[in-house]
Write a protein that binds this ligand. Sequence first.
Ligand code: ADP
Ligand code: ADP
Length: 239
Amino acid sequence: DPQIVFDGVGVTYPNGYRGLSDISLTIPAGQMVGVVGLSGAGKSTFVRTINGLVTATEGSLTVNGRDVTTARGKQLRAVRSDIGMVFQGFNLTGRTTVLNNVLMGRLYSAPWWRTLLGAWKSDDVELAMDALTRVEIVQKAYTRASELSGGQQQRVGIARALAQQPSIILADEPVASLDPPTSHVVMEHLRRINGELGVTVITNLHFLDLARKYSDRLLGLRGGHVVFDGTGADADETV
Ligand code: ADP
Ligand code: ADP
């Protein structure tokens, strides 16, 4: 069964702006998807709709068998527990350690009381350290996040998503604040996580070359519509 099913999904923002129109497609588990298009095309809206950060106002959207379109409160929390998020601006807490930042990923899957100071279990810490090892930054576990470079901070952002043990990672412009060499390092980590752990990875990317290199499938958006759905090789033929 497909893991993510968009069926006639549209998004109209409260101010009347159209974010997405009539999206019907499925994404199988384990696929790495690059979402491309110009600024304002709807990439961010597409990604955020998947975990209910943006509400689909038309059609139906199912993720891991749960209806996201109607999910609220506890149901929405259940949807999000399976989905790790990686942000353009990293969204780390600079004053605390890298390890504490990664433990925040456990917020979504562990009971809330464990998040109180000192209440993390050794399992949580082990998961966090494993995630930091995977993105090759475990040597910075006890460093304050603000002391890291942008590329290192984004690897911590990925570790935080991984510590959640998600089946899906959504990355909203994960390399837009990074220089090209660092962008490749970050994308290689996401690609490896996809390949080795089978996590579905859906990434918004500004640059077509990065999307082509690190995706199984490209989704091209324009004006909130899907105007391209295929592989990098298909994209070459179209261009
Ligand atoms: P992209 O990520 O491709 O730059 P977005 O998904 O951010 O595109 O935006 C798609 C459209 O939706 C744009 O017209 C944008 O102005 C609009 N939009 C995005 N977020 C909001 C919002 N929170 N409120 C109103 N309109 C929005
Ligand atoms: P980012 O993509 O890192 O979130 P943006 O500057 O594109 O940075 O967007 C900042 C916020 O503003 C986002 O939450 C986005 O959804 C929202 N936004 C984007 N376009 C609009 C819009 N036309 N009206 C209101 N909010 C918007």
